[in-house]
Design a protein around this ligand. Structure first.
Ligand code: ADP
Ligand code: MG
Length: 316
């Protein structure tokens, strides 16, 4: 639905009931990669699609980009139905694919000019040099692509996606295998674009990265969205730690006095108590253990990782 004042769509991207089944090929068996995905990306947000390898992230992105045909469902981009107006819908997107692919015999400047031509951007409206400068490629614009470092190639991929000034930029695992320096400059550029009103969608399997960059996070696992919330809400749910203690005497069962904390006894005999930060303190838990007469010979705390997140979300 368009915004009544700006005339712009409220949602940059919306997908409903999206499924994808890859047919078996010589290289790969048949696979249902998406199993009915509903996603709504608000205009102006930095939206994270978070999930482990094989979850279906690239499949989703590649359907948007028109590189993979969906099996069923509907997609609209910038309020444009991708089945009815595929070219128009695609023109609203700049997509940086997971794999670096470019012609090694062109210079960065030529690469961008070709891309702008491909999108039909008239010469007078091209921003080739501005984009190269913004991505720190200004002094490499006449070098051959094959002479660029991996990080520079990655930046050139982003530049290529921006030549037609799309209102939505999609980055598929932009920092996989990328050094810290490049990561920082890439995020700086992405933030700047977002401040200018560009909606950003990025996929990652790093929880921390999604946490740092995204206003909203969808978690996808085995082709299904298992959570989609503003980051601060999601984090509140994940805001837990586990206290692991080695009792002085082996425990046969969880002491009744601790039942409300729902501890578990691990195979190695350690007692694990998962607690919410803010609701409980280590101090408090230790005195509960003392009251329950559990002697402690050793203790440690564990932070939740993505795996725990999935476990807690899928078992909820
Ligand atoms: P992600 O990007 O989250 O790592 P993908 O979308 O690349 O996940 O893959 C989702 C699932 O689909 C994986 O199990 C993958 O092996 C499978 N897959 C991806 N591409 C193909 C293909 N062309 N043929 C068959 N299976 C595929
Ligand atoms: Mg992928």
């Amino acid at each position: 639905m368009p915004d009544s004042t700006s005339g712009l769509p409220a949602l940059a991207i919306s997908a409903t009931g999206l499924t994808k089944t890859y047919a078996a090929s010589k290289k790969m068996p048949a696979k249902q990669a998406l199993k009915g995905v509903d996603l709504a990306v608000p205009r102006g947000s930095v939206f994270g699609l978070l999930g482990p390898n094989g979850a279906g992230k690239s499949t989703f992105i590649n359907i948007l980009a028109g590189l993979v045909n969906k099996t069923s469902g509907a997609v609209s981009v910038w309020g444009i139905d991708a089945d009815r107006n595929p070219r128009e819908a695609r023109a609203a997107l700049g997509v940086v694919p997971q794999e670096i692919n470019m012609d090694p015999f062109f210079t960065p400047r030529e690469t961008l000019e070709l891309m702008a031509g491909f999108y039909g951007v008239p010469s007078s409206e091209r921003r080739t040099d501005e984009i190269l400068d913004a991505l720190g490629l200004g002094d490499k614009k006449h070098a051959y692509v094959r002479q660029l470092s991996g990080g520079m190639k990655r930046r050139l991929m982003v530049a290529k996606a921006m030549v037609h000034s799309p209102p939505i930029l999609i980055l598929d695992e932009p920092t996989a295998g990328v050094d810290v320096e490049l990561r920082r400059s890439l995020w700086e550029y992405v933030r700047k674009l977002n401040a200018q009103g560009v909606t950003i969608v990025l996929t990652t399997h790093y929880l921390e990265e999604a946490q740092e960059m995204c206003d909203e996070i969808a978690i996808i696992n085995h082709g299904q969205v298992i959570a989609c919330e503003p980051t601060h809400k999601l984090l509140r749910r994940l805001n837990h730690k586990t206290l692991v203690v080695r009792p002085e005497q082996g425990l046969d069962a969880v002491p009744a006095a601790l039942a409300d904390l729902a501890p578990t006894i691990r195979k190695d005999g350690q007692l694990a108590i998962t607690y919410r930060i803010g609701e409980q303190s280590i101090e408090g838990l230790l005195s509960r253990l003392r009251e329950a007469r559990v002697g402690i010979s050793d203790l440690a705390t564990e932070e939740p990782d993505l795996e725990d997140v999935f476990v807690s979300l899928t078992s909820a």
